[in-house]
Every structure is written in structure tokens, then in C-alpha cells.
Design a protein around this ligand. Structure first.
Ligand code: CBY
Length: 433
């Protein structure tokens, strides 16, 4: 554990008092900022940031203290439009994210803005999640990642919730922490952040609170163990897309694990390598990794940062745009594509342009035979999400979904981002999680 430190990519005075991020007095050279440029660029290029995606981006850039006034206003406007015109159609976690983003910083007069009506609305959506669990075999309307966002926002913005209920819901053995038997690192990390917030605002004066605090401490400890058990040889926690939020969870719970259990610098190095390989081209992906790289967590929301930074703190305008590598040749490639529903498989081979994504293949197959390969798709924060194939619709109440695979292996990207290769054996499979 000697020399266990992890330098965030910001001037060191930014993180004084941040438990885990010890430094040896050196300032991080300004060079290191450039590692973040691809992320910042992806997020600020608002052409690709629509609807609730803007909340993810705003939250992240505010925590990083990266926005100038103009950029800030544009994003706030997008989030406001979504929240006020679509409030009733937002899921609980989407609303929670919007509240976190809108309230993530302090205005020049040092007051943090509260959103009592939005918070009340969130409280009702959270209640609806719990009610659904009662009616549908313990399955929430959405998922535990979103329930964690709910609790986090309610906790940070003085919404009402029952600590006893939270301690009960987030029992680490609960099936909602698992997809297909695998512990979900994303979900566990978000739950740790929520539980830590609840722990911090609970004083152990009442007897029931002592009991709740004890349970919550045990949950955090166990969730952290599960997250660390998903650490890969290269330092990633879960996969590349869960690592940022897992790092945040580890930052806020350094009391719960031995420092020899996690080499933060190794994780950071791997993530930075992946940034340069272009792993974070989706704004939401960039937004979820950035705070951890700057030593921030969602618990810093409404704590210390001002909303707007002066020009020149970050010189974003000169950031070179991400160059998307053009396909090597304009040629066509052949890929196999199957729809699998239990014992029934329908396969075809389609020809698509080199550089196409999974969704292009599905569209080509659909054109060929709309009965067998017809599908519906919905825009989510990570891009297009397949909701039905052959008229068969995924349903959270019975934990069904359309799983994406290649050569029998589940993909770690969605249909809009997975780039297909000659000879791929792509599959959408009717599955339960
Ligand atoms: N966000 C959410 O509500 C999503 C929470 C999340 C845990 C999320 C991953 C993590 C995150 N950081 O946002 C999540 N996925 C969930 C809950 C789910 C389930 C959705 C249904 C429900 N109960 O809410 C479900 C069905 C298990 C699921 N994810 C399915 C899939 C597959 C989608 C296929 C399709 N039908 O389009 C897929 C592609 C896995 C597969 N092989 O089939 C998948 N998820 C992936 C890959 C991912 C990652 C996306 C990475 C990327 N580059 O695109 C993910 C980050 C995420 C989004 N899922 Co889910 C996990 C990871 O790899 N680390 C809150 C809201 C406000 O935005």
C-alpha cells in the first residue's frame, strides 16, 4: 500500500481535504488536462446532447467546474425544457438526475437553489417504484440504479423518505442488484453513493436510527466488497462503462476497505488509455466517467462548486474535435443476424457498409422481412434501446429484455454504438434478467 495515491486531473488545491486522493505536493502538470479534452468535447458538442442526456452532461460539467456562462445556460435551458414539458413522462431516475444537475452548484450569491416542486414530484415517482415492487414480485418500474438516483436526490435536496425503508430496500442480497446472476457494478456504485448520503444526514440519536445506521453501514461494506470483487486485471471495475461511478463509490467509502485492495492509479491509467481509444463517444458515457477523473463525486452536488467559471479556466474552444476514424474502405461486409425466441431461431445474412453499427444490420434485415425481423426502438440516455422484436415487447414487471450478443457473447454496447465486423454472428435474444 506504499505510495497509494491517485492524482486527479485537476490542480491539486481543488481536492484538498479529499480523503483518498493524497498527493505528494506536486501539481499535476497542465498537460494532463488534455487527456480530458475528448470527453469535454463530446459533451459540449450539444448537437448530440438531447433531452435528458443534457442532465447527465450538465451534472458532470458542473461538478468538473468546466462550463462558461453561455454553455451553462444552454444546457440548463435544455434540462428545464425537458423537466417542465415532459415531467409526467420522465422516469423517477431521469427526474432525479435533472434535480441533481439543476442544483449541482452555487449561484454567485452563494445560495444553492432548491426545487421543492420537482423534489415533491420525485417523491411521488419514488413511491410509485416501491408500490410496483409490491405488486410485481419485487420488481420496480425501472431498476435499482434509478431508485438509487432517487434516494440520492431526495437526500441531497431535503426530500422526504423513510430511512428504515431505504435500509430495507437496499439489502445487498436483493435480486435487483443482479442481472442474469451477475452483480451490476453500476447499480451497486450508485447505491453506495445514495446510502452514504443517507448515512451522513442521519444522526444516531433515536433508537431506530441506530439500528438503521448499523444496517446501512453493513450494506455499504458489502456492496463495496462486491464492487471490488469485479475488479479486472487492468484495474477496471466491472467494465469500462461502470468504472467511473464505481470509482466515485470507492472515493466516498475509503473507511470500508483496505487501501491495498484498490490501486486507483492503475484504474485511472487504464481509463485514460480508453479515452484515447474513443471508448466514450456517447455524451452519457463521457458524463459518467468525468467526475471521478477530477476527484469529484455526486455527493459534491450543491456542496462547494460555483455554477460558472471564468473564461480561460478551461480553454475548450481550441479543443480539437474527435476525429472519428473513417471506415477503411467504402466496401460492403457480410454479417449473420438472428432473432432468437426461446427454441425458435430466425437467421439471415445481410450486407452492410463497412463501419455500420448493429442497428444498421437490424434495419437491413427488417427491410428484407418485416414479419420476422421487424422491431421497435426507443431513444435512451445511452442511445437507441431495442424495446420489441417480432411484436414481442420487453417488460420490467417480469424482467424480460432483448439481449444483444455476438458469437454467443453479450455485448457491452448498445445497438447504436456497436460497430459490426465481417463475419459477425449477431443475435437479439429474448431473455430475462
Ligand atoms: N439509467 C438506467 O436506468 C440504466 C441502468 C443500467 C444499470 C445501466 C446499464 C448503467 C448506467 N450507468 O446507466 C442498466 N444498463 C439497466 C438497468 C439495464 C436493464 C434495463 C431495464 C430496466 N429494468 O430498467 C436491462 C434490461 C438489464 C439492460 N440494462 C439491458 C441492456 C442491453 C440493452 C439491449 C437492448 N434491448 O437494446 C445491453 C446492450 C446489454 C446486452 N448485451 O444486451 C445493455 N443494457 C448495456 C450494454 C448497458 C451498458 C451501456 C454501455 C454502452 N456503451 O452503451 C450500461 C452502461 C447500461 C446502460 N446497459 Co443496460 C452497463 C455497462 O455496461 N456498464 C438511468 C437513466 C436515468 O439513464
Amino acid at each position: 500500500g506504499k505510495g497509494h495515491y491517485c492524482l486527479p486531473l485537476v490542480p491539486i488545491q481543488e481536492v484538498v481535504g479529499f480523503g483518498l486522493l493524497k498527493n505528494d505536493g506536486n501539481k499535476v502538470s497542465k498537460n494532463n488536462y488534455t487527456d480530458l479534452n475528448p470527453l469535454i468535447n463530446t459533451m459540449i458538442n450539444s448537437k448530440y446532447t438531447k433531452g435528458i442526456q443534457a442532465a447527465n452532461v450538465l451534472l458532470s460539467l458542473r461538478l468538473g467546474g468546466i462550463l462558461n456562462q453561455c454553455q451553462e445556460q444552454q444546457l440548463v435551458q435544455q434540462v428545464n425544457l425537458t423537466v417542465y414539458y415532459k415531467a409526467s413522462t420522465l422516469t423517477s431516475g431521469q427526474l432525479a438526475l435533472a434535480i441533481l444537475a439543476l442544483g449541482a452548484c452555487k449561484t454567485p450569491d452563494e445560495t444553492s437553489i432548491r426545487y421543492p416542486n420537482l423534489v415533491k414530484n420525485l417523491r411521488n415517482k419514488f413511491k410509485a417504484e416501491i408500490k410496483n415492487m409490491g405488486k410485481h414480485n419485487g420488481n420496480p418500474l425501472t431498476n435499482y440504479y434509478q431508485l438509487s438516483l432517487d434516494v440520492l436526490a431526495l437526500c441531497l435536496f431535503r426530500g422526504k423518505f423513510s430511512i428504515t425503508q431505504v435500509a430495507k430496500i437496499f439489502e445487498p442480497g436483493n435480486k435487483n442488484f443482479y442481472f442474469q446472476g451477475q452483480f451490476s457494478v453500476d447499480t451497486g456504485a450508485m447505491a453506495v453513493l445514495a446510502l452514504t448520503c443517507v448515512k451522513n444526514i442521519t444522526n444516531g440519536k433515536k433508537k431506530t436510527d441506530v439500528e438503521n445506521l448499523n444496517n446501512i453501514n453493513n450494506h455499504i461494506k458489502s456492496l463495496i466488497e462486491k464492487i471490488l470483487s469485479q475488479k479486472k486485471e487492468n484495474g477496471l471495475l466491472g467494465n469500462i462503462y461502470s468504472t467511473g461511478e464505481a470509482m466515485q463509490a470507492l472515493f466516498v467509502s475509503s473507511d470500508y476497505y483496505n487501501e491495498s485492495k484498490w490501486d486507483c492509479q492503475q484504474t485511472l491509467d487504464t481509463v485514460i488509455m480508453e479515452i484515447h481509444k474513443g471508448a466514450f463517444r456517447i455524451p452519457t458515457a463521457a458524463a459518467q466517467i468525468l467526475p471521478a477523473l477530477m476527484g469529484k463525486t455526486y455527493l459534491n452536488v450543491n456542496k462547494d462548486s460555483p455554477c460558472v467559471y471564468g473564461p480561460g479556466d478551461f480553454n475548450i474552444s481550441t479543443v480539437e474535435p474527435i476525429t472519428v476514424t473513417p471506415p477503411l474502405s467504402p466496401s460492403q461486409i457480410q454479417v449473420n443476424y438472428s432473432v432468437v425466441i426461446i427454441e425458435e431461431t430466425h437467421s439471415t445474412t445481410v450486407s452492410v457498409a463497412n463501419g455500420s453499427v448493429f442497428l444498421d444490420v437490424m434495419e437491413a434485415a427488417q427491410k428484407e422481412n418485416a414479419t420476422l425481423f421487424g422491431f421497435t426502438v426507443e431513444e435512451r440516455s445511452w442511445g437507441p434501446y431495442i424495446t420489441s422484436v417480432q411484436g414481442l415487447t420487453a417488460n420490467n414487471n417480469n424482467r424480460t429484455f432483448w439481449e444483444l450478443l455476438n458469437n454467443g457473447q453479450p455485448l457491452d454496447q448498445g445497438v447504436g454504438s456497436y460497430i459490426v465486423h465481417e463475419g459477425d454472428n449477431l443475435e437479439v435474444r429474448w431473455s430475462t434478467y
